[in-house]
Design a protein around this ligand. Structure first.
Ligand code: SF4
Length: 334
């Protein structure tokens, strides 16, 4: 089902400008934008990927990753066959970068699936949800009326106006902050860093937010750059009045798609987790298996160090945002 796109304008007699993401593609008749999801048909812009998904799964919410948002909940997860980045290390490249089979599922059918499986949350994930904007918007309007929460796992590459229109319908996001250098974003991702930082700065005021950085040794593991990234996350945190303490997930890279550098060592991930913990209260390793360090997956009170969420044994001692031992406010939705 093709749908007229929401954010575009006529550019010339035979081209339109897409206003959804910072690429601002100028698209000639019968051509697609960079994301391969939007096409100029008779000088109107259409979202050709509306409702078409590469697959649906039920995941633990920790897999998104979201560690401070309804711990251990199950979340219905689905993605489109499109992305506005072209990361050379994409871990999901078969569905984000290559054309693959899709099936149509209407917002109403998706809602029915949630009801059938008794699930109260849907994640738009796996590829880039903002390239699925019209579908996610329609789903989110319907889900809000039915108390289903919407989560986005995203690269954060969206323009301000569409972002502001969608945010009131969304409950949580995990935004990839892939590096803290423009060079990395331009050379390895086909995008820019600055718009991602803008999205993060806006989103943190509206929704529950967590950030993921995947470390690729020799590419984004410079100590100075990592310190800048940590400082940026810290600058978003506030103690009053909103009590924001954004969790940072530092995850391990494995060779995929066009990047054949060796997998990042677990040692490097744990080093960076320890570094970030000097500045941020909630920092977690991702894609690691080292048993000695599994306690790092747990959430501890930053004030009294009580164990709050035991992710190894899947037990949460948090029933609200307040530490049961000392009363410290804990950022998240529990
Ligand atoms: S959403 Fe797609 S078509 Fe629109 S500007 Fe971004 S990459 Fe281009």
């Amino acid at each position: 089902m093709d749908k007229i796109a929401k954010f575009w304008k006529a550019y010339s007699e035979d081209s339109v400008e897409c206003l959804l993401c910072p690429h601002n593609c100028i698209i000639k008749k019968n051509q697609f934008g960079i994301c391969r999801a939007r096409k100029n048909i008779d000088n109107k812009l259409y979202a050709l990927n509306y409702g078409k998904t590469t697959g649906i799964a039920i995941d633990p919410i920790e897999k998104k990753p979201l560690y401070h948002f309804y711990p251990f909940a199950k979340i219905l997860s689905l993605g489109a066959n499109s992305c506005n980045f072209s990361c050379k290390f994409c871990q999901n490249y078969t569905s984000s970068q290559l054309k693959c089979p899709t099936e149509y599922i209407s917002p109403e059918e998706l809602l029915s699936l949630c009801v059938k499986h008794n699930i109260a949350m849907v994640a738009f994930t796996y590829t880039e949800p903002f390239t699925w904007y019209e579908y996610i918007y329609d789903c989110a309007v319907l889900f809000k009326k039915n108390n289903i929460k919407v989560v986005l796992v995203t690269n954060g590459y969206i323009n301000r106006e569409p972002l502001l229109e969608l945010l009131p319908l969304i409950s949580a996001m995990n935004i990839d902050l892939k590096a803290f250098s423009e060079e990395f974003y331009q050379n390895l991702c086909g995008g820019r860093l600055q718009p991602v930082l803008e999205t993060i700065k806006i989103a943190v005021n509206y929704i529950h937010l967590e950030i993921t950085t995947m470390i690729i040794e020799t590419q984004n593991d410079d100590l100075g750059e990592m310190r800048e990234l940590i400082s940026f996350v810290k600058s978003l945190n506030s103690k009053m009045p909103d009590e924001i303490d954004i969790p940072l997930h530092i995850s391990r890279y494995f060779p995929r798609y066009k990047l054949n550098l060796p997998a990042t060592s677990e040692k490097k991930i744990f080093e960076f987790v320890k570094l970030a913990k000097q500045e941020l209260p909630f920092v977690y390793p991702g894609n690691v298996i080292a048993k000695d360090n599994l306690l790092m997956l747990n959430t501890y009170c930053p004030h009294c160090n009580s164990l709050l969420i035991d992710r190894v044994n899947q037990v949460s001692f948090l029933k609200s945002n307040i530490c049961p031992n000392c009363g410290q406010y804990i950022y998240g939705v529990f």
